[in-house]
Ligand binder design. Structure first.
Ligand code: ARG
Ligand code: MN
Ligand code: MN
Length: 326
């Protein structure tokens, strides 16, 4: 059994007839159609939109074996009470994250690479708990590469919105909320020095303090990418996430990308990564070969244009899983 789900390199026939070699993986797709963590509705349709964009076939065209594990059971908010205003639906989200963690853990135990489709970003508290638990049982830590316009490091006490999708990183680092951070009965799940943020451009004042308090290793803002270039930033970030760890989980919030190219996201913020920068980051992740699991979140078909944000998400997954031009 291989922890990263990577097997021998094969030569696959790429669409268009080109040949390329990629390390083959067995990938399991796990959908989490959750939008209770956000105030704008619609990201619950994200998993469907990415499947419709051809996720499975396009990854298989690279030589991977892909199976779809279906969706995690998620209640619709219309049937639920939202509970405390400072963290709406926290109880339901924590249950859904626990189911997600179990599915991710099982996928790794079966030697496959989890590919998790959100859903709002609160699901990362589940997926990352699953990866972290798998490696904890093998006495190893994991890194987290959090690629996002936001830092998602609020707690119920600091959140300006009460939206739980602004809290998963705080939960994973042990700042709370406990219900989300204590899946499998312990916290924190990840080490701050192996946690990196890339692409941030919209941080709340209290989040700044939380980043310091948690001691997050490296934070790369859009300005860092502008000044130093995507290549330098991503390589430095991957080094930090990979230092002394089994490898890293990549959590890709599609609002990282500029709304010009990714209009269909829950919380758009101007000034994001370009199409090429986004691909380059994913290509370098593939080259480094230390990806343990991958997730794409916050695709919102309700405000997308002909599914192009979902299509871009699928393109980026292909780059992260080794697609090459030549
Ligand atoms: N995953 C996201 N899109 N998060 C946006 C969070 C926005 C804001 N910082 C909040 O906590 O409400
Ligand atoms: Mn996010
Ligand atoms: Mn975001």
């Amino acid at each position: 059994m291989s922890g990263t789900g990577t097997n021998e390199t094969v030569v696959a026939t790429a669409p268009g007839g080109g040949l390329q070699s990629v390390p083959t993986r067995q990938i399991r797709v796990i959908g989490v159609p959750l939008d209770m963590g956000a105030s704008r509705r619609g990201v619950d349709m994200g998993p469907s939109a990415m499947r419709v964009a051809g996720l499975e076939a396009r990854l298989e065209a690279l030589g991977h074996r892909v199976t779809d594990g279906g969706n995690i059971k998620v209640e619709v908010p219309e049937t639920q009470a939202h509970g405390a205003e400072n963290a709406r639906y926290l109880k339901q989200i924590a249950e859904i994250c626990t189911r997600t963690a179990d599915a991710v853990l099982k996928t790794l135990e079966e030697g496959m690479t989890p590919l998790v489709l959100g859903g709002d970003h609160s699901i990362a508290a589940g997926s990352i708990s699953g990866v972290s638990e798998f490696y904890r049982r093998r006495n190893q830590n994991i890194g987290v590469v959090w690629i996002d316009a936001h830092s998602d490091i609020n707690t119920p006490e600091t959140s300006p919105s009460g939206n739980v999708h602004g809290m998963p990183l705080a939960a994973l680092l042990g700042l709370g909320p406990d219900l989300l951070g204590n899946i499998y009965g312990y916290a924190p799940k990840i080490l701050p020095e192996n946690t990196v943020l890339i692409g941030v451009r919209d941080i709340d004042a209290a989040e700044r303090a939380n980043i310091k308090r948690a001691g997050v290793g490296e934070v790369y803002t859009m300005r860092d990418i502008d000044e130093r270039g995507m290549r330098t930033v991503i390589e430095e970030a991957l080094r930090a996430a990979g230092r002394g760890t089994a490898g890293y989980h990549v959590s890709l919030d599609m609002d990282w990308i500029d709304p010009e190219d990714a209009p269909g996201v829950g919380t758009p913020v101007r000034g994001g990564a370009t199409y090429r920068e986004a691909h380059l980051a994913m290509e370098i992740i593939a080259d480094h070969g230390r990806l343990l699991s991958f997730e794409m979140v916050e695709v919102n078909p309700v405000i997308d244009e002909h599914n192009r944000t979902a299509d871009l998400a699928v393109e980026l997954a292909c780059s992260a899983f080794g697609k090459k031009i030549l």
